[in-house]
Design a protein around this ligand. Structure first.
Ligand code: SF4
Ligand code: SF4
Length: 92
């Protein structure tokens, strides 16, 4: 699953630079995660880096984006591959 940031976020700014997929950005009133870019850090790290560093534990899984580990790995490969190539399906 992709992760999401709840309204408990205190906008401390520490998670954004830690994301290897540039999935975190400032939203209207607090930070947000782009579910199409979040791989739960699969492919980069053993643990989600934003969860590790967040001081208020406001980053749960996003129930609207249920994904298996192979799907997250496929997303990682798509994100790190040549953007000019056709995008492969993540449904394997
Ligand atoms: S889990 Fe990893 S990829 Fe997803 S938002 Fe957090 S740091 Fe970025
Ligand atoms: S680390 Fe947590 S509290 Fe800080 S900006 Fe990110 S989500 Fe918000």
């Amino acid at each position: 699953m992709a992760l999401m940031i709840t309204d408990e976020c205190i906008n401390c700014d520490v998670c954004e630079p830690e994301c290897p997929n540039d999935a975190i950005s400032m939203g209207e009133s607090f930070y947000q995660i782009d579910p199409h870019r979040c791989t739960e850090c699969v492919g980069h790290f053993d643990e989600p880096q934003c969860v590790q560093i967040c001081p208020v534990a406001c980053i749960p899984v996003n129930p609207a984006h249920v994904e298996t580990r192979p799907m997250l790995m496929a997303k990682y490969e798509r994100l790190t591959g040549d953007a000019a190539q056709p995008q492969p399906s993540v449904q394997r």
